[in-house]
Design a protein around this ligand. Structure first.
Ligand code: 13P
Length: 252
């Protein structure tokens, strides 16, 4: 049985006091069993405080990006070693907003995934197609390329530890969720690609989240699908009650 992962991606939202209050309000409420992991992906300036407030609880704190180099002349960037140093455990990599708005390439994402493992951080690797690509029947080939390029050079065990988030770009922040069948079809395909490229065992073990307008009202249906092992949630993860409901759905 793959352990589910429910991750809230706050993006560029919240201030320090409300972020800490969110963690204080949710850390005792997230289920502690072995069915689900709960992760909060917060802006850089709040990470140290959130790691501190989440201490002793099951809530994990993630960064939303990082550079792939360990240190050096990269003004404005944050390194994997810095994230590790402050107690961050997960990192979102290759989110479509970073690919689109900040010109991240598959090659950079691949370097970041390697860097994450080199610093003991669990990568949440995002992939997904645009609406035009879906309408052109390119979804599977786009996602396949993104997955192959991002995972290139990883060991079997590293691939097993990677969390892949399938986020169709047309479903992000639009209220248009992919149907559970559409989401599962792509997640199942990603699993096949991993099995073929890496190993059958890695295909079985890799956890695949769906992301794109997930909310308490639709998460049960998404999680009932064979190949969806969790969710990466934007808007609906900003409120503590809603986030707790999403994690509770993962523990059912
Ligand atoms: O991009 C997302 C999570 O990374 C999804 O955002 P929404 O849940 O707001 O659609």
């Amino acid at each position: 049985m793959r352990k589910r992962v429910i991750a809230g991606n706050w993006k560029m939202n919240k201030f320090l006091s409300e972020s800490v209050k969110f963690v204080e309000d949710t850390k005792e409420k997230v289920p502690t069993g072995d069915k689900v992991e709960a992760v909060v992906c917060a802006p850089y300036p709040f990470l140290t405080s959130l790691v501190e407030s989440a201490k002793g609880s099951k809530l994990q704190i993630a960064a939303q990006n990082m550079h792939f180099e360990e240190s050096g002349a990269f003004t404005g960037e944050v390194s994997p070693a810095m994230l590790k140093d402050i107690g961050v455990t997960y990192v979102v990599l290759g989110h479509s907003e970073r690919r689109e708005l900040f010109a991240e390439t598959d090659e950079m994402v691949n370097k970041k995934v390697h860097a994450a493992f080199n610093h003991d951080l669990t990568p949440i690797l995002c992939v997904g197609e645009t609406l035009a690509q879906r309408e052109n029947n390119e979804t599977m080939s786009i996602v396949e390329d993104q997955v192959k390029l991002a995972l290139e050079g990883l060991t079997d065990d590293q691939v097993k530890e990677t969390i892949i988030a399938y986020e169709p770009i047309w479903a992000i922040g639009t209220g248009k969720t992919a149907t559970s069948a559409q989401a599962n079809e792509v997640c199942a395909y990603i699993r096949k690609v991993v099995a073929a490229e890496v190993s059958t065992e890695a295909g079985e073990a890799v956890r695949i989240q769906y992301g794109g307008s997930v909310k308490p009202a639709n998460i049960d249906e998404l999680l009932s699908q064979s190949d969806i092992d969790g969710a990466l949630v934007g808007g609906a993860s900003l409120e503590a009650d809603s986030f707790v409901q999403l994690v509770e759905a993962g523990a059912k």
